[in-house]
Design a protein around this ligand. Structure first.
Ligand SMILES: [Cu+2]
Length: 464
């Protein structure tokens, strides 16, 4: 936890920005509530092993961290601060988001079934907020729906939530106040309630992340909050490939990955090289008899899916959303399809009209990646090319919701460090071969002028 910046609440009190936060609680209460702990880095932090309370196997938050707590008379106390943050989406691009404790998403909160939990929430946003604890059993007044179950937390105020973590499982937290804007700005986090019995469904490695999406125009830093579907950055914990860390596991480990979806669309999450089972949803754990094998599972909006598998195939296995537009980054979604179009001197003509025009995609889109690298084509500031990333065999041509599960022999028990590229045993990599292809006689394509065209006039119809 060396990269984590521990700051004292009183230190903040001396700063202008925090004056508002402090004014919300009395001096007595202020002295009692846990210090504010923030993170200033976007890479995956070491799991937080519990120093107090019941034991458990902590989760690893992908490109994130878990929030330390303070034990107060048997109650686990956390302090969340809703605030504007700067999040690095991937090297080369930063975004002005809203989040918690220095990052978006906020830190993961880990507790144990039966724990009494008290969460202080300080609002440093310019507007009111609340925190809804998605999926939890709790008193109605702790459910965090502003207006319905509580008054909104006004800027500068601190509220306290308190309940017993009754049901083990995976949950999410997010505002239920100006929800559309606040979630489009990145306000969300994961919550894990570990089972009281550590022998219940044990795994060797346990990962968690949230799916999120942003619409940030190239050259700008702040998401367009009114976008409903046409996002240009598809992210895991507000990171886009190649900014997403690999999921590092030891060969033969039982691995759990918990994926929560707080975007505006569903994401079919796909793992290469292994079959998995969905062992949990935000509604609870799935009994063994009700599970079936999959290699892709759809995570709908507002859902969480925990998948489990035995990582028994060494390698660098792709792990991604299967909607191909969701493994792309910001640039280039609005180009026309140019496959098969001979562009020739078209470029000259268009350049007269649009000086920055660059012809793309005559044989497909991958030439774009190569071209921009070769020609050192300048991109607009603060955005990410559509397709990025290099592997040991060349360009990956990926972006967005993509990373790798790196399965390795001989890792230490809790070693999550990136082991580098997979060393393939000799003779196990697909490769080019010399072949004589037999010529096949095919029908000649239509010559120019011969083509017969049938025109169907549009008529009124409905029911599509
Ligand atoms: Cu997707």
């Amino acid at each position: 936890m060396t990269t984590m910046d521990r700051r004292n609440f009183f230190k903040y009190a001396g700063l202008g920005m925090a004056g508002v936060a402090v004014s919300a609680v009395s001096k007595v209460a202020l002295a009692a509530i846990p210090e504010i702990i923030t993170s200033e880095v976007a890479n995956t932090q070491e799991p937080l092993y519990p120093g107090t309370g019941r034991p458990y196997q902590p989760v690893v938050t992908l490109n994130g961290w878990s929030l330390p707590w303070k034990m107060n008379n048997g109650v686990k106390e956390f302090h969340l601060v809703a605030e504007p943050v700067v999040r690095e989406i991937a090297p080369g691009m930063k975004a002005n988001l809203w989040g918690y404790n220095g990052q978006s998403p906020g830190p993961t909160i880990e507790v144990v079934e039966g724990d009494r939990v008290r969460i202080f929430v300080t609002n440093r946003l310019p507007e009111k907020t609340s925190v809804h604890w998605h999926g939890q059993r709790l008193p109605n007044g702790m459910d965090g729906v502003s207006g319905l179950t509580q008054a909104a937390i006004e800027p500068g105020k601190t509220f306290v939530y308190e309940f017993e973590a009754k049901r083990p499982g995976t949950f999410m937290y997010h505002p239920h106040a100006d929800e559309m804007l606040q979630m489009a700005m990145g306000m969300m986090g994961s919550w894990i309630t570990h089972p009281k019995n550590p022998k219940f469904m044990p795994v060797d490695r346990d990962f968690v992340f949230l799916l999120n999406a942003y619409d940030i125009e190239p050259g700008s830093f702040t998401p367009k909050v009114n976008t409903m579907l046409d996002f240009n950055l598809w992210t895991w914990n507000s990171r886009a490939f190649p900014g997403i860390d690999p999921i590092v596991v030891r060969k033969d480990d039982r691995v759990r990955i918990r994926v929560g979806n707080l975007t505006m669309t569903n994401h079919p999450i796909h793992l290469h090289g292994h079959e998995f089972e969905v062992t949990g949803t935000d509604g609870g754990w799935v009994p063994k008899t009700a599970r079936w094998p999959e290699v892709t599972t759809d995570v709908a909006v507002g859902q969480m899916r925990a998948i489990e598998f035995i990582a028994n195939e060494p390698g660098d296995w792709a792990f991604h959303c299967h909607k191909s537009h969701h493994t792309m980054n910001a640039m280039g979604h609005s180009f026309p399809t140019m496959i098969g179009v001979k562009q020739g001197d078209l470029m000259k003509k268009i350049t007269n009209l649009v000086p920055d025009y660059m012809p793309m995609g005559e044989t497909g889109m991958s030439e774009m990646t190569d071209m921009s690298e070769m020609m050192d084509v300048p991109l607009p500031k603060n955005t990410l090319p559509m397709m990025m990333g290099n592997g040991q065999f060349g360009s990956l041509e990926m972006g967005g919701m993509f990373t790798t599960v790196k399965v390795r022999d001989g890792l230490a028990k809790n070693d999550y460090k990136n082991p580098g590229d997979y060393k393939n045993p000799s003779g196990t990599v697909a490769h080019a071969v010399e072949v004589d292809l037999t010529k096949v006689e095919r029908q000649k394509p239509h010559a120019e002028g011969e083509l017969e065209v049938n025109v169907r006039k549009p008529i009124n119809h409905s029911g599509h």
